[in-house]
Design a protein around this ligand. Structure first.
Ligand code: UDP
Ligand code: MG
Length: 145
């Protein structure tokens, strides 16, 4: 990821197929801006299974990997790079726990997730992974000024 113009930290987020198909894209984008993030890159696309598998390669040995890959390739997603102070940790707080049953009230997963697997949104878990994941979806030319 080509990042010399970022002034603050950034994270890579996805609205997963359930979030898009269930009609929550607008509400989630509105929440992103309300939380003080700048949307620096944004696109909607459908991942192939091999692309979804590559994104989640780190989980390849986990029992849920096959199901996760199929789900992530089952429909459109929205991917975005969000800039803000403390972007990685703040987004993780805004989305809540992986399982919506364990997520705090008002978090995006509590509000919109269907289940632990189909849980509406993704967020990078570290600054280093944000850089890798942003580079998976976007090139420097895609950054919004
Ligand atoms: N996942 C799942 N079952 C599990 C754990 C995770 O289906 O027991 C899926 C879920 O969609 C999750 C993704 O795999 O968001 C990646 O898992 P991770 O532990 O990284 O959770 P996250 O960082 O998304 O909260
Ligand atoms: Mg994770």
């Amino acid at each position: 990821m080509f990042t010399p113009y970022f002034k603050k930290e950034f994270t890579l987020i996805m609205i997963k197929p359930d979030g898009v198909v269930d009609g929550h894209t607008g509400a989630i984008l509105e929440r992103i801006e309300k939380e003080g993030f700048q949307i620096r890159a944004l696109k909607r696309l459908v991942l192939s299974e091999s692309q979804a598998g590559a994104f989640y390669y780190v989980h390849r040995e986990r029992p849920f990997y096959g199901e996760l890959v199929k789900f992530m390739a089952s429909g459109p997603i929205v991917a975005a790079v969000l800039e803000r102070d403390n972007a990685v940790a703040h987004w993780r707080k805004v989305i809540g726990a992986t399982d919506p049953a364990e997520a705090e009230e008002g978090t995006i997963r509590k509000l919109y997730a269907r289940s632990k697997g189909e849980n509406a949104v993704h967020g990078s878990d570290s600054v280093e992974n944000a850089r890798l994941e942003a580079g998976f979806f976007f090139a420097g030319l895609d950054l919004l000024s």
